[in-house]
Design a protein around this ligand. Structure first.
Ligand SMILES: O=C[C@H](O)[C@H](O)[C@H](O)COP(=O)(O)O
Length: 222
């Protein structure tokens, strides 16, 4: 299986996992990125019936609407039963690095609201220690230099994501060369920097279930 086939297999495994649990009033949160798109397409292909979707980005909302899936604003959703999303990196503790597509803040909000967060990934995303993938940090534009200096002091190497604006109107700094030995502590430390909106570490609220697709099939880590 190549990487795309693995992403598709993980997405299909998520469909199989939630299918028996779906009710007519189920609300599903949909993530952002190529793996999440395979999940959206699989849900549409199987014509699976549920109440409504909550989207973690404008791009995902548009894809869902194009497939005639009703999309709710999170403010109008009484709850989110399942949230299914990909990751840029994951470890055996189901802690993640996310935000390669710049959607980290809304993804973290929907994940926080969800009763069950299912992460779907191909095996190239699985690491012993998080941090090979540059850690995305969403920053209020006027705080860009201030935040960059604070990150350098923490040992990171921030790179401004040229020409990119988040759905919230902010910028992204991608932080290289961080060896993340304590993801929970670093997630909190980064949140303390004035001007940081959100960072791409999902450690304080890890995924509940990781569906990891590899050559031999899909492994469930929960
Ligand atoms: O902002 C983007 C998200 O965090 C994605 O879930 C992440 O970048 C993984 O994307 P992909 O499934 O395309 O590898």
């Amino acid at each position: 299986m190549d990487q795309n086939q693995q992403k598709k297999a993980a997405a299909e495994a998520a469909v199989e996992r939630i299918l028996p649990l779906l009710k007519s009033d189920t609300i599903i949160g949909f993530g952002t990125g190529s793996t999440a798109n395979f999940f959206i397409d699989a849900m549409a292909r199987h014509k699976i019936d549920f109440d409504a979707a909550v989207a973690s980005s404008a791009a995902t909302a548009e894809r869902l609407r194009s497939l005639h899936v009703p999309v709710l604003e999170l403010t109008s959703a009484s709850r989110v039963d399942f949230y299914v999303d990909g990751a840029d990196e994951c470890n055996e503790h189901r802690q993640l690095v996310k935000g390669g597509g710049g959607a980290l803040t809304r993804e973290k909000i929907v994940a926080a609201a969800a009763s069950e967060f299912i992460c779907i990934a191909d095996e190239s995303k699985f690491v012993d220690v998080l941090g090979n993938f540059p850690l995305p940090i969403e920053v209020i534009p006027m705080a860009r230099s201030l935040v960059a200096r604070k990150i350098v002091a923490l040992g990171g190497d921030p790179v401004y994501r040229e020409g990119f604006t988040t759905d919230n109107g902010n910028i992204i700094l991608d932080v290289h060369n961080l060896r993340i030995t304590d993801p929970t502590a670093l997630e909190s430390d980064l949140n303390q920097i004035t001007g940081v909106v959100c960072n791409g570490l999902f450690a304080r609220r890890p995924a509940d279930v990781l569906l990891l697709a590899g050559a031999g099939g899909v492994r469930t880590i929960s």
